[in-house]
Design a binder for this molecule. Structure first.
Ligand code: AMP
Length: 538
């Protein structure tokens, strides 16, 4: 027998239409660079996102064309999150933390046609556009700075569109978004999401036992909209009709706490570095802010330290620890206490919450070692592999990693090392990929090594992660100089700083006579990590 159900396309257009129909008075509050607040409604968002979609099509953007953003989290980025995909175009969020050359490489690889840029990011974009070509540059003016020559004002661009233009019919397999993530070997690689994957991800992320999002929530994504879709939160929040509070560029503990209090935020999401800043501010002045009781903090991007979970609990803030990747849209697993854990000892509960949790529905996880799939005994380590409804099946070609990151039987190899217990809960214990995560953003050790080895005085260089109390990890470079050559730490620092984003410059350069190697001649990074784990960083 064949099923008798309708074919209904799972698209952002469907989520978008519903939001305007049911939630037109729900608020969207954005904090501008000068810290003043901009207040709008879903009704405004609906009209303006439609105008954007219409303007893009009138300007010649066709189905599948890439439209990039270089923006902080605010109302206009939200308009782009929907306005671009509902026009049939692909939203490409450029990461403003990267070096301009890297952004230019990514925009060129993605063949971005148009770009929307915050005026406050113009100094960065000016360097990008020297190396990447865009058909149109649209500037959102958040300050009174004059419009740069040869660009279009965002408001003028919107006004060239007509909110009553019909939206194109899309199917769920149409592409809608593009995010690049650091390559382990060399260049960044792109993941292109379908409407279906993001529609299902929005449903999955909203479930009570995942992030538990509701129309009654006031949601503040601290996680940037240029990183892994801000964990899919903007899409899900529009779908369910939650009030949105967008923080703009001020992300320090006090600035965020002010906003949590003022807008009565019930759920915020960000990397551990952010929550550490908040915890320090709260520990210093516990009575200064009056926050929503049992406010939830989604923590991901790096492991949520148990001390942060405990610390925030003391202030009545409940951490929800989640694991995910750009390649998994990103939500993969979430850690919650199961009913049978209610009478566990407090310490055991905290230890459980610091694990990365169980797979969300429509996502499957397994751990694999050289001997095959490892038993779920909570002890045996293996590389975490994932498959599911919102997991990438390849990178945007061409990518060297398309041949190596997927298994023959269709699983994606995450590069994270885990143990999995009998309940299916994963615990990340290590990483096989040669990347360092600092404050939620990646640094490629291999790129740094190649760069440092390009210095005329350097014979060999290995870069490893050193634990850091604020940034989680920071890079340290172990350098062997050529016989008779001279270079100081300051020389090498200046050499690297000229080529990479500031946050990617190693905190320390240490000089050694040799670097330990594996039998295959590769740097023995585990030994270096162990040796330097307590190294005092600058
Ligand atoms: P990204 O693609 O930049 O979002 O980074 C994904 C990677 O971040 C994962 O493969 C992990 O290495 C790391 N990661 C994300 N969430 C967690 C977490 N909760 N605990 C430990 N590592 C995490």
């Amino acid at each position: 027998m064949r099923h008798t159900m309708m074919r209904y396309e799972l698209t952002l257009t469907s989520m978008f239409r519903r939001a305007a129909e049911h939630y037109s008075n729900t608020e969207i509050v954005s904090r501008k660079p000068d810290k003043s607040l901009d207040r709008r409604t879903f009704g405004d968002f609906d009209r303006r996102a439609r105008q954007l979609a219409s303007a893009l099509r009138k300007a010649g953007c066709k189905k599948g064309d890439r439209v990039a953003t270089l923006m902080w989290n605010h109302y206009a980025h939200l308009e782009a999150y929907f306005g671009i995909p509902i026009a049939g175009c692909v939203l490409h969020t450029l990461n403003l933390r990267l070096h301009p050359d890297e952004i230019a490489f990514i925009a060129t690889h993605a063949e971005d046609r148009f770009v929307i840029v915050d005026d406050v990011l113009w100094p960065l974009f000016d360097k990008v556009r020297a190396k990447a070509k865009f058909d149109k540059v649209i500037v959102l003016r958040l300050t009174s700075a004059p419009l740069p020559a040869g660009t279009i004002d965002y408001e003028d661009f919107l006004n060239s569109g007509d909110a009553s233009d019909p939206l194109p019919d899309l199917v769920e397999d149409d592409p809608m978004g593009l995010c690049y993530t650091s390559g382990t070997t060399g260049k960044p690689k792109g993941v292109c999401y379908s409407h279906r994957s993001i529609a299902l991800h929005s449903l999955g992320a909203s479930l009570s036992d995942t992030l538990g999002l509701s129309r009654r929530d006031t949601i503040l994504p601290v996680v940037p909209m240029f990183h892994a879709n801000a964990w899919g939160i903007p899409f899900a929040a529009i779908m369910i009709g939650a009030k949105m509070v967008m923080p703009g560029p001020h992300l320090d503990g006090e600035s965020l706490l002010e906003l949590f209090e003022k807008e009565k935020v019930t759920l915020a999401a960000g990397v551990p570095t952010i929550w550490l800043g908040i915890l320090q501010a709260l520990d210093k002045e516990p009575k200064r802010w009056s926050l929503t009781r049992d406010m939830r903090m989604v923590v991901g991007g790096s492991a949520a330290p148990e001390s942060v979970i405990r610390g925030l609990d003391k202030h009545g803030l409940r951490v929800i620890h989640a694991w995910g990747m750009t390649e998994t849209a990103p939500l993969g697993s979430v850690s919650h206490l199961a009913p049978h854990m209610d009478d566990w000892a407090e310490d055991d509960k905290y230890a459980h919450r610091a694990k990365q949790g169980i797979a969300s529905p429509f996502v499957e996880l397994r751990a694999v070692s050289d001997a095959g799939v490892v038993p779920r005994d909570g002890k045996s380590p293996g590389e975490l592999e994932v498959r599911g409804a919102w997991v990438a099946g390849s990178y945007v070609p061409p990518s060297d990693e398309n041949a190596t990151k997927w298994t023959q039987d269709g699983w994606f190899k995450t590069g994270d090392v885990v143990t999995i217990d009998g309940g299916g809960c994963i615990k990340i214990t290590d990483r096989t990929k040669d990347l360092i995560k600092s404050g939620g953003e990646w640094i490629s050790s291999i790129d740094l090594e190649n760069l440092i080895m390009g210095h005329p005085a350097v014979k060999e260089a290995a870069v490893v992660a050193v634990p850091h109390p604020k940034w989680d990890e920071r890079p340290l470079a172990v350098v062997v100089l050529k016989d008779g050559a001279i270079a100081s730490e300051a020389d090498l620092r200046a050499f690297v700083a000229a080529k990479v984003a500031k946050f990617q410059v190693p905190d320390a350069f240490v000089f050694e006579a040799t670097i330990p190697k594996t039998s295959a001649g590769k740097f023995l990074k585990s030994e270096l990590r162990e040796k330097y784990k307590a190294h005092k960083l600058g």
